[in-house]
Design a protein around this ligand. Structure first.
Ligand code: G3P
Length: 215
């Protein structure tokens, strides 16, 4: 499973990229707003790090606006995937953009039927928001299971990108289900690395190493 960071922080992205565990980045208007910088500058700086996949979201609401924004974003860098929302306008824009060779990440997906529609119009990624479903008392991971099964049934090549991830168990379960990609905030990715027994074990090894005769 590919691991993406869900952030617009160039610092955090560089940290995880340097650790060698990062496959891509997803951004959204909320995450970009936190950076307090121009959208295009943020996307260009993230792409310059060298990531193969960087999702940048359109904010237009008509197909025409989304297509125009999508063409502009695609032109910023070869790594850009254009994020379009799961609306009738977003589906229309995705079909046009995908037909031109632009890779579209269809976002704000909350049902398996929505995911199937995204695949039918040629989206490269479909992004179910599992944490927000959990927040509503629904099971986000069950949605991922349904989407993975449907895509397998019909050999859709659209990749399932699990988004709105809140904790490491979401990542573990997404991997067991067979999702293609999981995007997560910085704190969740850091938790994947850490384990207290690793820290305790290392401290003990280093302490015992001091007792080994040297020279
Ligand atoms: O980037 C889309 C998604 O991952 C947002 O997550 O935490 O705002 O529900 P969240």
């Amino acid at each position: 499973m590919k691991l993406f960071l869900d952030t617009a922080s160039v610092t955090d992205i560089r940290t995880m990229w340097d650790q060698g565990i990062l496959d891509g980045v997803t951004t959204n208007p909320t995450l970009v707003a936190k950076e307090g910088r121009k959208f295009e500058d943020v996307i260009r700086d993230i792409c310059a790090i060298g990531l193969p996949s960087v999702s940048a979201e359109v904010v237009g609401t008509t197909p025409e606006q989304m297509v125009a924004e999508g063409r502009h974003l695609r032109g910023l860098h070869k790594s850009v995937y254009v994020k379009c929302p799961m609306t009738p306008a977003g589906l229309k824009a995705t079909k046009i953009l995908a037909g031109e060779g632009t890779r579209v990440n269809m976002t704000l997906v909350f049902s398996a039927n929505q995911a199937m529609l995204a695949a039918k119009v040629g989206a490269a990624y479909v992004s179910p928001f599992i944490g927000r479903l959990d927040d509503q008392g629904q099971n986000g991971l069950e949605l991922v299971e349904d989407i993975v099964q449907i895509f397998r049934n019909y050999h859709f090549t659209t990749e399932v990108l699990v988004a709105s991830v809140r904790h490491p168990v979401h990542v573990l379960e997404a991997a067991k289900i067979g999702a293609d990609i999981c995007t997560m905030p910085m704190d969740v990715m850091q938790k994947l690395v850490q384990h207290p027994l690793t820290d305790i074990g290392l401290a003990r090894f280093l302490k015992d190493w001091e007792k080994v005769p040297k020279g």
